[in-house]
Each structure stands twice: as C-alpha cells, then as structure tokens.
Design a protein around this ligand. Sequence first.
Ligand SMILES: Cc1cc2nc3c(=O)[nH]c(=O)nc-3n(C[C@H](O)[C@H](O)[C@H](O)COP(=O)(O)OP(=O)(O)OC[C@H]3O[C@@H](n4cnc5c(N)ncnc54)[C@H](O)[C@@H]3O)c2cc1C
Length: 468
Amino acid sequence: MAQQQTCNVAIVGAGASGILLAGALVRPPIPLKVILVDPNPGRGPAYGGSDEHHLLNTRAGNMSLDAQSPQGFVDWLNLYRSKPGGWDAEDFAPRRIFGDYLEQRLHNLETRTPGLGSTRVVRSKALSAERGEGGWSIRLTSHERIQADALVLATGVARPRPLLFHGRDEVEAQIQDDPWDDDALKTLPRGAEILLIGTGLTTLDVAAALLRRDPGVRIKAVSRHGLLPRVHASPSPAAPALSPPYPKTARELYAKLRAAAEFVEGDASLRHGVFLNLREIGAKLWAGLPDDERLMFLRHFRRYWEVERHRTPPAQAKVIREAMADGRFEVIRGRLAEAKSLPSGAEARIALLTTDGPRALTVNRVINCTGPEADPFRSRNPLLLDLLAQGAAAADPLGLGLHVDEHCAVLGSSGQVTPGLYAVGAPTQGRFFESTAVNEIRGQTARLADLIVVSAAVHGLTEASPAA
Ligand SMILES: Cc1cc2nc3c(=O)[nH]c(=O)nc-3n(C[C@H](O)[C@H](O)[C@H](O)COP(=O)(O)OP(=O)(O)OC[C@H]3O[C@@H](n4cnc5c(N)ncnc54)[C@H](O)[C@@H]3O)c2cc1C
C-alpha cells in the first residue's frame, strides 16, 4: 500500500516560486504544514545548469527572496560566495549560485522551529491529483501519496516545443531540442558549425557558453525578426513612465512604446528606464487588453517588448559582440525551411529562407532556442496533463499557461474555480503576463500566501496541522 503523508498545503515545484510561497505560508499565527514536491529542488532550467559563466539576467539587487530586504541576495553573496572587491546590487551573479541561495533557503525552511508550522520537501515528481472529500490526493512517482487541503502548481517553465520542419526525421541526430542540456552541448566537436533557432536570451546563453569553450566554433542564429535582446544599462530614474489611461489596443500600446523609445533614443540609460518602468504596470497594461488585442500583441509586438524588457548582462553581450565582429556569430532574419542528412552522418544540410533569399548551411548541430513552451497541453508535465484531462484545470484562452483568476485560483474547464487549486509563476502568465521573474513572483506568492492563510483561519485547520 502506498505511503501517505498529510499537509495543509502541497506545493508542486520547489523552484523560486515554491520556495517563496512556502516561506510566506509558514509563519505565525497559523501553524500551516507545507509539503513541497520536486525531484530537483531549486534547480529548474534557470538555476540548474553547470556553466558558471551563465549569469542572471537581473541585477543582484533585484533577486532577493525577501521583499523586506532588497539587499538580501547581495548580503548572502558577500557572506557565502565572497569575491575580491565584494558584491554589490549592480552585479550579475552566476545563475548556478542563485540556485545555491534557493537551496539554502529551503534547508532553512525545513529546519525551522517546530510549532510555527513546518515545511517538508519530498524529492519526487507529482504524476496526478484527485479531489475528494478530504481535499487533494496527489500521486507521486515514488509511489507515495500526499493528502492536502490545498494544492499549488509552482511548476515553472516547460522545455521548448520540439522543432518541426521538413526533413527532421533524416537529421534527428543533429537536433538538440533542449538548449539547457549542457551535457549534450559538451559532446560537440571542436570547431563545430552550429545553427541556433531563435535569437532571444536562451540563444545568447548557449552562444556565449559555446564561444567561451571553443574559439573555433562558428554559430548562426536565425529568427523571424533577427532581433537580439538589448544590453542592461543603468536605468535612469528620470525616465518617463506611461500613465493612465492605459492603451486599449495592441497597436496603441506599441505606438506609445515606440514613441517613448524614440524620444529617448541615443540615451541607453533613459531608454532602459522607460522599459523598466513598464515592469510595475505590465500586469495592468495586459489586463486592459481584450483577448483579441492580446493575441495581436503576442503575434506582432511581443518580440519588441521582450528585447527591451528582458535584457542581457554586459559581460555576456561583450562575448557576443566580439564574436560578431570576427565572424564567429551571425544573426540571420529568416526561418528553417528544410534539412537533409549528409553522407558523413555527423552533419546536416540546412535550407533557410531568409529575408535576402534562400541560403544553405552545413551544420553539426541545430539547437532549439525558441524559449519555454507556454501551452500546458504541450508541456509534457504529467500533473498538468492529468488536471487538464479531468477538467480541474484549463488552458488560458491564449494558451499562455493555465486559466487562473486574479487571485491565482485555477479555473476548470467549466470556467468555475476548482476549490483548493492554485498556480503561481510561469503557469499564470496568461493572466498577469509578467509573472516569470523573481521580482514579480515575490509579490505574487506573498498575495497568494495571504489568501491561503486567511482561508485556513476561516475554515480551520485539518488534522494535518502540527499544532492540532
Ligand atoms: C534560462 C533561464 C534564465 C532565467 N534567468 C532569470 C533571471 O536572471 N532572473 C529572474 O528573475 N528570472 C529568470 N528566469 C525566470 C525564472 O523562470 C524564474 O526566475 C524562476 O526560476 C521561476 O521559478 P519557478 O519556481 O516558477 O520555476 P522553476 O525554477 O522552473 O521551478 C519549477 C520547479 O517545478 C518542478 N516541477 C515541475 N513539474 C513538477 C512535477 N510534476 N512534480 C514535481 N516537481 C515539478 C521542477 O522540477 C522545477 O524545480 C530565467 C528563466 C530561464 C529559463
């Protein structure tokens, strides 16, 4: 018979979202018992890699796990990962180190004084969940079951959707669909020819890692727009901010942003400031757009938003700039049309359709850098697929994560809230748009924790409570 554990709140996913939520839940006066389920806590795609050169794309001063202490991560770095000259808020720390920070926070939560509630981590994958009289029963790969009053989906981002193109079957050995699989990157021969699909932050990460490891590598990156993320400047506090009434159409929003950007053209610091100010109101802007306008925004303007909003650290930009100057890295506007295998078996012949006409390349590897898969139906996450199949959860109308209300409660296929089921972070992107970075997740998890604590106070705790 499967072993069963009980708790008040089960959080599936112990990345930044799950850890922030657990920290906000386990506090006086309600002694909640929280279980986090994750096979690899703190080590999702963002912070799990082994390359020490992969840097956070956010300054250390914005990565604190404590809203009350914005310097929290900087202080932690200086205490546990000191370096000559020390760390300050403007630094971009290695992502792997942020994973260490998360792991330590989780350890501290687990060893917290009993009586104030408790946090436990179960290192396993959640496969399915059913709702019955006593709340949620969650089945794990370890054959354990967890019984919980509330279930929170903090499952983060999914791996990219596999590339689809004519001839893929023939060149399967040359395709790498997971750009974060560092072991696969390490199998590339010296002086390899690489094609990256996409030109966003993942492309820069992969390209910079490959360029550092092998001066002979030659990389091409292709995307429809051919736009690379902008580089972090020091955002100016004097930058103008968009004020209400906010645009009601995607075109109007884009026109306003364009006008603001043109106004500050030539001043990198003001320009960054303009787009940083959008961070505060991103959710309001998104909420003001009807579904058809959101779709329009996603189709036509999203890329422009992303290159301004999600920037690359200067050190990484330098590696890319230098490689572009000496011809080792090239950006192409176009798309992958077709592929054929070559007799060597180690290379593929790729046909691109570019804005300058057809172009043929011979490459050792095609790497999928198109970004995380947002559609939960395509996520390959067994728990999400199970909840979707039952109708307990539904996809967001635009396929950006799950359908949730303004309190992060998950809506089922009937359009009604599924009792005791919540989501945070990337799965709520359709509702909030900006919900994937630590800065936003911090606020979101604090609000959700308040809601769950109030609900526990009103409805009383079950016997799962350690205080009961
Ligand atoms: C490459 C990359 C770089 C990034 N850089 C930054 C940055 O510099 N700054 C920033 O603020 N944000 C960054 N982000 C955004 C990043 O997603 C968030 O900062 C943060 O990692 C989100 O935390 P999360 O807990 O929501 O997701 P994740 O960190 O992805 O964690 C989700 C966890 O859920 C677990 N999980 C999923 N399904 C199940 C299941 N069925 N059962 C059990 N466990 C499950 C996974 O194992 C994983 O550990 C980056 C994202 C990526 C992909």
